[in-house]
Every structure is written in structure tokens, then in C-alpha cells.
Write a protein that binds this ligand. Structure first.
Ligand SMILES: Nc1ncnc2c1ncn2[C@@H]1O[C@H](COP(=O)(O)OP(=O)(O)O)[C@@H](O)[C@H]1O
Ligand SMILES: [Mg+2]
Length: 300
């Protein structure tokens, strides 16, 4: 199957700084693709060049087999774009906002209710946009990007500034959009979001892609040890040091932390000693991948 997006050696600089510094990747039809990186990494600039909103200095973009720059009117009906900062018409309710867009695209008015349902805003249809919560406003802006039933949807940090509950609720909406067969390209600075939603993720920093692949593969590639934590009252550090497979043991407050690359014998030994109370097992995450790639902590 042909790739929906092919980006080759894309470069964009402002003054002397390369905001995007030689980026190459492709996105398959129906894929949920993430660009993950801290603020200033170059995510928005990359996305906007793919969408045809910014002109690359060099390199090429193919979107649905076409070039998005100069502005390509054949592409516009086939893509949906949610910008990082979205604005609504003043004084209009959620339903009226969508009405306006549906009208612009010449769609039937039944589409408004479909869209409200798709993003879970039926109850808020009569609420004015400025009275919506952060999460609800993001849902509305996502609904606006879906009016034309696009094949490809671009979402630039849709969950930034939302509380954890609202973020998770929005994840369900995004998964649902992808389940309807749409190719989704999402930028985020949240590691857990990329890990949870994306089929593949490009980790970006300083205008470059450092690593690209399915989150689980990136994490596995680290070959990082597993941290097993048990309550100190159940097993103290001295006893833990004698366990088969325990590479390193430390005391952290009321927990005994065992680091191991062979968790099976450690877990069996803990079970034999009836020492599983309060047990927590933590493998590596994308955060560890970033740390490994850049040598520094991830600060979004
Ligand atoms: N219009 C612009 N003029 C000058 N510098 C810009 C402009 N847009 C982005 N930049 C710079 O390019 C870099 C990448 O920005 P951006 O693509 O917005 O990153 P991200 O979306 O990952 O936060 C940043 O250093 C930013 O300050
Ligand atoms: Mg951005």
C-alpha cells in the first residue's frame, strides 16, 4: 500500500536556527503516527510544512501523492487540520460553530449532529464556545477539523494544558477517529500519550528525529533493567540482596527497590517468600529512551 505521507530531508530555518533540520519519515495509510518532543523541538514547523501552511527551505513532502506546497486546492478537501492555537467565532454555540463549517464545506446539516456525537459533545451543543472547558473546546476544535470527513487528520498538541482526566477522555476520541480508518498525525510533548496512542512515534529534538518506531520496540531496544519494588516491612534490603537475579538493591523510603535484567527468578523467589505485598514492577518507558538518546532528562 502506498504511503499517505512521505517526508524527505525536510529543512526549515529561521534566521540562523534550523527549526527543522533534515527530517525524513513516512506515514502509512490508516496509521496513528506521533511526533514526540519537548517545546521548540520543531514539531509544529514539521507538521505545518506537511499541511502546506509553511514553505520548506529544502526537502520534499508528498501528501496523498501530491505536493502540499504551493497551496494545493486538490488536497484541502481530503485533509483535516487542527492547529496548535485554535480560535472560534465569538458568541456562537458549539452547534452553531459546526453549522458554520458544515455550511462552508457544503455538507448536509445532519453532519453537525454526527460530529457532536463523534467527539462526545451532544450535551454541550447549546453552550457558547467560550463557556466550554479546555477539554470540551479541544473536542469542538477536533470536530471542526473533521467536518469534511478527511482521510488524513493533523492534530497539533490537542491535549496540551488539559487535566489528566480530560486528556484521557480525549484519547478515546482520537482512537475512535483512527478506528474509522483515518490516518492520524499527532504531535505531543507527553510521553505517555505517544506510548498509549501511536502505532509509531518519531522522537524529535532540536529539529532532528532521533529515533522512530513503535513505542514498544523503542523501549525494548533500550534493553533497560526492570525495577521491582516491595514494601520494606515485607522484605528489607539485606534480604533482597540474597535473591537470585537481583542485580542491585536499594532502600527508597519504605520500599525496597530491586533492579534486575532477569525478573523471572526474582519474582519467583519473592513469591516463595510470600513477599508480594505492595509489589510494583516498572519497565522502561519512552522517557528512558529519550534520556538514553540525549543524555538529559525529558523536560516538556
Ligand atoms: N515563525 C517563526 N519565526 C522564528 N522562529 C520560529 C518560528 N516558528 C518556530 N520558530 C522556532 O523554531 C523552533 C521550532 O519551533 P516549533 O516548530 O514551534 O517547535 P514545537 O512545535 O516542537 O514546540 C523553535 O526554536 C521556535 O522558536
Ligand atoms: Mg508546537
Amino acid at each position: 500500500m502506498a504511503d499517505t505521507i512521505v517526508v524527505t530531508d525536510l529543512v526549515k530555518s529561521y534566521e540562523s536556527k534550523n527549526a527543522v533540520d533534515g527530517v525524513t519519515f513516512s506515514v502509512a495509510d490508516g496509521e496513528f503516527f506521533g511526533i514526540l518532543g519537548p517545546n521548540g523541538a520543531g514539531k509544529t514547523t514539521t507538521l505545518e510544512m506537511i499541511e502546506g501552511l509553511r514553505e520548506p527551505d529544502s526537502g520534499s513532502v508528498s501528501l496523498l501523492g501530491m505536493s502540499p506546497w504551493p497551496r494545493n486546492s486538490k488536497l484541502l478537501p481530503r485533509i483535516g487540520v487542527q492547529l496548535q492555537a485554535s480560535a472560534f467565532f465569538e458568541q456562537l454555540t458549539a452547534r452553531e460553530q459546526l453549522h458554520t463549517f458544515v455550511d462552508l464545506y457544503g455538507q448536509s446539516m445532519a453532519r453537525v449532529d454526527e460530529l457532536l456525537e463523534m467527539v462526545g459533545l451532544q450535551d454541550k451543543a447549546g453552550t457558547r464556545a467560550e463557556k466550554l472547558s479546555g477539554g470540551q473546546a479541544q473536542r469542538l476544535s477536533i470536530a471542526c477539523s473533521l467536518v469534511n470527513d478527511p482521510e488524513v487528520v493533523f492534530l497539533d498538541e490537542p491535549t496540551a494544558a488539559l487535566d489528566p482526566q480530560a486528556r484521557r477522555n480525549l484519547w478515546d476520541v482520537l482512537r475512535d477517529i483512527n478506528d474509522r480508518g483515518k490516518t492520524v498525525v499527532l504531535t505531543t510533548h507527553y510521553m505517555d500519550e505517544a506510548e498509549s496512542l501511536c502505532d509509531r512515534v518519531a522522537i524529535m529534538d532540536n529539529g532532528k528525529i532521533l529515533q522512530l518506531g513503535p513505542p514498544a520496540v523503542l523501549v525494548r531496544g533500550l534493553d533497560a533493567p526492570v525495577r521491582i519494588s516491595v514494601e520494606q516491612a515485607v522484605l528489607d534490603a539485606d534480604s533482597a540482596r540474597g535473591l537470585p537475579g537481583a542485580d542491585q538493591v536499594e532502600q527508597d523510603g519504605s520500599s525496597t527497590i530491586i533492579t534486575t535484567r532477569t525478573p523471572s527468578p526474582v519474582l519467583s523467589a519473592l513469591a516463595e517468600r510470600d513477599a508480594l505485598d505492595g509489589l510494583q514492577v516498572r519497565g522502561a518507558t519512552l522517557e528512558d529512551v529519550f534520556l538514553d538518546l540525549t543524555g538529559r532528562e525529558y523536560r516538556a
